[in-house]
Design a protein around this ligand. Structure first.
Ligand SMILES: NC(=O)CC[C@H](N)C(=O)O
Length: 378
């Protein structure tokens, strides 16, 4: 957390391998620690900042100009900024948008988010691509100190591997998002860090969404008498998500239609008996090419993931819940981007069909979920 900003004051970004970038304080002044990751989205910084999946991550924006459209009250994906820190090359000096109500700098200060600007984000991104995501600290104001002590601070930060974070970001109390228009289905959505656009995309399809805390039990899920069950995106290491994995296994057992996004895809991978692993530097941006192996169609999609499912691409695998296959792959690097069961109504994707921000190529996946629920009724 930071205190009042001194414009243009010095800030230092220290990576855990000892590489240092100097710049100017942006947003709140102070100290922040986290995992350094980069996002290639040219637009949608408000959605990025407020995506709970970024909890404990310091986000480096590869787009050089950030803040151009200021901050509005409509675009946030949750009630607050979740990124641990923010790294920008060249912040907008004068934002311009009819929806803007304040500057991004003001918003970062108001929410105590420590950032840095004026750093060479291309060099920083290349470093992270070569060395991989790693721990980082941003320091400004009274937090500045000699390099050796800053590096020692960075090395005290917790690692992302093994981090169980969903309950830190998810709703404490259940809430309901009503269907828009006539209600057709009820869905229990286990909130592991859900983005606001996800229940909205379901509501638009006549689904009443009961958003449940990350700690929801199987009894909580079935207490809403769901036609389908959804597992959301969220922060942290899926290898630490034992509770959602066991809840999901009960849902699979009962053959209730099931859909998972991002963390939810990793939870499905684990529920089926596949492993998960940490990617070197992850996928974060809104223009990643993904192929739907069922139709052959390529979609341009929004991503934010640092882990992935380790499942064989090709012939289906036998799992305790019948045959499962990799339904989608990333065309940049072959990473598993979706799973589908062949004998039960369940599927998931590693990317973001709710796409806020991002292209809407993958919105059909919400319709697939609706079809599964229709199929179950027929
Ligand atoms: N957006 C997400 O759900 C991210 C899932 C997980 N925390 C990852 O980094 O891979």
């Amino acid at each position: 957390m930071g205190n009042a900003k001194t414009p243009g004051s010095t800030a230092v970004l220290v990576l855990e391998d000892g590489r240092i970038f100097r710049g100017r304080a942006y947003g709140a002044v102070g100290e922040t620690l986290g995992e350094a990751v980069f996002s290639t989205g040219m637009t949608g910084y408000q959605e990025t900042l407020t995506d709970p999946s970024y909890h404990r991550q310091v986000v480096v924006m590869t787009a050089p100009h950030i803040g151009n459209t200021g901050v509005n009250d409509e675009d946030p994906e949750s009630g607050r900024i979740w990124v641990a820190g923010y790294v920008v090359r060249d912040p907008a000096r004068v934002p311009s948008s009819w929806r803007s109500v304040r500057t991004l700098d003001e918003e970062l200060v108001a929410q105590g988010v420590v950032g840095i600007c004026g750093v060479d984000t291309r060099a920083l991104t290349r470093h992270l691509r070569e060395r991989g995501a790693m721990r980082v600290g941003i320091f400004s104001g009274e937090a500045l100190a000699d390099e050796a002590s800053l590096l020692a601070r960075v090395r005290t930060a917790p690692q992302m591997v093994g981090a169980d974070l969903a309950a830190e970001v998810a709703t404490a109390e259940p809430y309901t998002v009503p269907a828009i228009g006539a209600k057709r289905f009820t869905v229990a959505a286990v909130d592991l860090g859900i983005k606001g656009m996800t229940p909205r995309r379901m509501a638009e399809r006549g689904i009443e969404v009961h958003v449940l805390p990350a700690t929801a039990t199987v009894e909580d899920v079935y207490a809403v008498d769901p036609d389908g069950v959804f597992f959301s995106n969220g922060p942290g290491d899926p290898a630490a998500a034992d509770r959602p994995v066991s809840v999901m296994r009960s849902v699979l057992e009962r053959s209730t239609p099931l859909f998972g996004i991002c963390f939810g895809n990793q939870v499905l991978g684990r529920a089926l008996g596949f492993g998960t692993y940490k990617l070197k530097y992850g996928h974060r941006g809104i223009n990643q090419p993904v192929q739907d192996r069922l139709t052959g169609r390529v979609e341009v999609t929004a991503h934010n993931h640092g882990f992935a499912v380790d499942a064989p691409v090709g012939a289906p695998s036998d799992t305790p819940y019948g045959r499962a296959e990799v339904s989608h792959v990333c065309l940049n690097d072959g990473v598993v981007e979706g799973l589908r069961l062949l004998d039960r109504p369940a599927f998931s994707v590693q990317y973001h069909p709710e796409a806020a921000a991002g292209p809407h190529d993958a919105a059909y996946l919400f319709d697939r979920f609706v079809s599964l629920m229709e199929g179950q009724r027929a």
